[in-house]
Design a protein around this ligand. Structure first.
Ligand code: AMP
Ligand code: MG
Length: 519
């Protein structure tokens, strides 16, 4: 175990690539470099709000001492750190946005643990960088709590994600226009220290391709493969690597769909090249099962990033990454064929995942595929609470005597009274489903086990986060600590005080259903 302040950090990224070492924090274009030095701007009084013990243990990071807390606030940089912001570009809402970069994320260094695993340590909200454009480089407590808790929640759900080590308040206020309506207000500032083997995004590669910096692009691709995909070697390594990015991305999306996660801002600058869930902003879990739901107010016009569109958007984003790799490849048809593998790979993962959710031994034939489509259809029509519905499904009796029986059984997952025709549809679906379960080749125990592992019982709903944030802003951390505990055990019944649908009051409340990007 070592303290943050005593650690000798590694700095392979900055030592490998060309960067702007001037430390100039004025917003600007930075052609020719992959990063710009950015020393965090000091804050008034960093105070520790949260620390992830298990993550710290796995990285061999000792509990924070007063110097470490100064590091977490951006007030102390040790000699082996090299703070920098990465330069990347991206497609936002389908449009090329040019250079973006880490506008409020600063990597301090690379932490190597005793097993030789290396993780980047990054502060989010530590002040301006060369990529802050017109913004302040800061983050508010509200959005920092959301990133901290949700990235940890996703980890414990078993979903690939960046993680959060610590959360500090800064003692400074930050001005935000949360509703984009000119009513700006001061909110407490905060900083999250987040970690990942790498925060490289599709957009890092897009940036170099757009600038025609082919040497830099080649170097970045080779480095990424060597370091994060070391099993890939040989002449065809670039498309084999791209093929693995395709697979990891598809896997991540299927996992999101399993638990009802909507990212909300799937721009290519928010797509990790390691297939991690990254950049937690206006995300949400589904409460009522609405595939058309987007939690992001900015996304409302086109609902581009709605729950049910995420698989297609991921494909589109992968095609942007493929485009960025074209300058490195003479035979682009091979790149296209890797991209086209997405569909088959995605569907096989999706079917396996849905089979587990439903306790089936597989999606084995046309009838099973039809049953799945019927589930999708009926759920989207009736819109029960997704999490509650699947939990009830685990306990579905082998016979339901009447439609009324069934309705009573599912009552605690329904937000309103379904139309009689929809009740009939749900009843007929349940009848087909019960019949299908009877021909499972696996045992009933095995079927139940699959369901219990695939269906979370605790999800970090937006209204819970909202309540925890309001409490923290009043100086209490009771609910925050409870949620921090509950998210570690999402498949068990041990936190059933949170087992329930979104309450009525939260339906229209800002921050409980819809969110803005203002963070
Ligand atoms: P996001 O939608 O959070 O992924 O952010 C998109 C871009 O805006 C990224 O380049 C961010 O670094 C930048 N950005 C977002 N918020 C801020 C902020 N408060 N200060 C500086 N840059 C920001
Ligand atoms: Mg981002």
């Amino acid at each position: 175990m070592e303290n943050l302040s005593a650690k000798r950090f590694k700095r392979t990224f900055v030592d490998t690539f060309s960067g702007d070492d001037s430390g100039d924090l004025h917003p600007r274009q930075t052609p020719g470099v992959l990063y710009s030095k950015a020393v965090p701007t000091a804050v008034r009084k960093p105070e520790l709000v949260a620390w992830s013990d298990e993550l710290a243990d796995s990285l061999d990071i000792a509990k924070p001492n007063p110097d470490d807390i100064q590091i977490l606030g951006g007030n102390l940089i040790t000699p082996t750190m090299y703070p920098y912001a990465a330069c990347y570009a991206g497609h936002q809402f389908g449009n090329w946005a040019g250079q973006l970069g880490d506008g409020r994320a600063i990597t301090l260094g690379e932490w190597e643990n005793t097993h030789g695993n290396i993780w980047e340590l990054q502060l989010k909200g530590a002040g301006p960088t060369a990529y802050s454009r017109r913004a302040d480089g800061r983050a508010v407590l509200r959005s920092s709590v959301r990133e901290y808790l949700m990235s940890e929640a996703m980890h414990y759900l078993g979903i690939p994600t960046t993680r959060a080590l610590a959360l500090v308040t800064t003692g400074d206020m930050v001005t935000r226009d949360m509703f984009y309506d000119g009513r700006a207000a001061d909110e407490p500032g905060a900083i999250v220290m987040r970690t990942a083997p790498s925060f490289l995004r599709f957009g890092n590669f897009e940036m170099l391709a757009a600038r025609n910096e082919i040497d830099n692009l080649t170097q970045l691709v080779n480095w990424t493969i060597e370091r994060f995909y070391p099993h890939i070697e040989g002449d065809d390594k670039i498309f084999r690597w791209f093929g693995e990015v395709v697979e990891r991305t598809a896997t991540m999306i299927v996992e999101w769909l399993r638990v009802g996660f909507v990212h909300g801002v799937m721009n290519t600058d928010n797509m990790s090249v390691l297939g991690l869930t990254i950049d937690y902003g206006p995300y949400s879990f589904l409460d009522n099962y609405d595939p058309d739901f987007t939690p992001n107010t900015t996304d409302l016009p086109g609902k581009r990033y709605a729950f049910g569109k995420q698989a297609n958007i991921a494909y589109w984003n992968l095609s942007r990454l493929a485009n960025a790799l074209v300058p490195l490849i003479s035979d682009t048809s091979k790149l296209e064929s890797q991209l086209r593998r997405y569909e088959d790979f995605y569907w096989s993962k999706y079917y396996a995942m849905m089979a587990n959710k439903l306790g089936m031994d597989g999606i084995n034939n046309e009838d099973d595929v039809r049953l799945l489509a019927e589930f999708e259809n009926v759920l989207a029509t009736v819109q029960p609470d997704m999490t509650m519905f699947y939990q009830l499904l685990i306990d579905l009796p082998s016979e339901l005597n009447s439609q009324q029986d069934m309705l009573n059984f599912f009552k605690s997952s329904l937000y309103g009274d379904p139309e009689p025709t929809d009740i009939t549809k749900l009843y007929s679906l349940m009848t087909s489903y019960q019949a299908r379960l009877k021909v499972n080749t696996c045992t009933r125990e095995d079927s139940l086990l699959r369901m219990r592992k695939a269906n979370p019982r605790f999800i970090l709903r937006n209204y819970l986060l909202h309540m925890a944030i309001e409490e923290l802003q009043r100086g209490e951390n009771h609910l925050f600590l409870k949620l921090q505990q509950a998210l570690k055990d999402p498949y068990s019944k041990s936190h059933d005080e949170f087992f329930g649908m979104r309450p009525d009051w939260a339906t229209q409340q800002a921050g409980c259903s819809m969110l803005s990007c203002s963070s």
